[in-house]
Design a protein around this ligand. Sequence first.
Ligand code: SF4
Ligand code: SF4
Length: 432
Amino acid sequence: MPISGRKVPPHAIEKEQATVASSISGREVELPAMWNRMFEPRVLTEHGPDGFAKLAELPGAESLEWCYGCGKCIPVCPVDVVGEYGPRKLHRKVQTGFDLLSDPDLWLCTSCGNCLRVCPKEVDMIQIVPAAREAALTEGNVPGELQDVFEKTFRYGNALGENPRRRAQWTRDAGVGVRILPKEPGPVDVLFYVEDYWSYHPRGQEAARAFARVAHALDIDWAILGHEEKTLGDSQRLAGEKGLFDALVEDVTATLAKYEFNRIVTPDPHGFNALVKEYPKRGHEFDALHYTQLLAPLVDRISWAKELPYTVTFHDPCYLGRHNGEYDAPRTLINAIPGIELREMGRCRQNGYCCGGGGGGMWLDGFTRDYTSERLSERRVREAAETGADMLVVCCPYEVSRFEDAAKSTGNAQLKVRDIIELIDEAMGHGG
Ligand code: SF4
Ligand code: SF4
């Protein structure tokens, strides 16, 4: 059975024989084989509207009640592939008396957006889940690891709890000079918003250095904020900490107001989403790009030094693709690299499978383990390996470490995981 195929339903176990009472005569009738299932007794229960009434009071969460049970959302929900999930199933649970605010299901949604893409009633989990989580937070119902991330973000301005003074430490080994605006102020074309995982995570730092070398070679006028940078906070918002997000928006925009730049470019699709969708709602408009969108139009200017003999497959980040409609810029870059063969996975582009890191999922792997048969990243890595590719290529800072862990835990250690920028850097003769 192909990994990327549809979910396999459980094998139905039929009783040999069943006896049912005729509803007309009351006489006992024996029925054989598959027909028995239709006559198994069911308990029908009436439930009140309390669960939906509670949600309807939360701005954004009212649409769960609009579900009319068509079931389109279930086959596209990545969590349902490894468990029992999706808006329709949550709707039914609330309908039958579950309190979503205290139910573990509240924390399983990765806000990937695939259900909203297909839902005829526009049941919007991207609004429902953060609103319900915010209410759960005020009731003290929050997984411990998420609380920890909120506290680190509040204290240090990044989800990893790292020292803000070390934000720009990665630049030291980049091999090219990186302008840090607080030290070298003045107008700049591109303000590069590095975000947490490229600033601090060892694998993210490698990608950041690769970007620095590529940007330098392309003569891009760019600079970073260094220790003045704080996370843009989109994942914390989706995880339910709207208050923290609002505070970050104030801090970030106050810092940005000090500098003169034309565009903000970030490698983080979550940060990018915040800049194009959430900051404008709060009165802050920017010309924001994902780094693949900055580089794709410049691809003809790249001087390639060598061919890379890799067969790769590409994972669409939910917040670059489905949420913001960008599927082509990463592929333009991948296809431009000499020697690379790109093989698409069955689930790609609009129907791309989620890595599990969105909506706070990045920090909830320990929690979700109890409610899913495997991590979403593990499922995705098996789909990637099935293409026969020897490399899984990504362009989201969350994904390199997630997929590298998953490749090891699923016995696919032969599958390398690299960011697109690392491949460009290598093919330009800088690294690798
Ligand atoms: S697609 Fe929308 S209306 Fe249909 S079952 Fe799912 S949530 Fe309900
Ligand atoms: S947003 Fe994604 S993970 Fe959440 S319920 Fe919808 S399809 Fe499932």
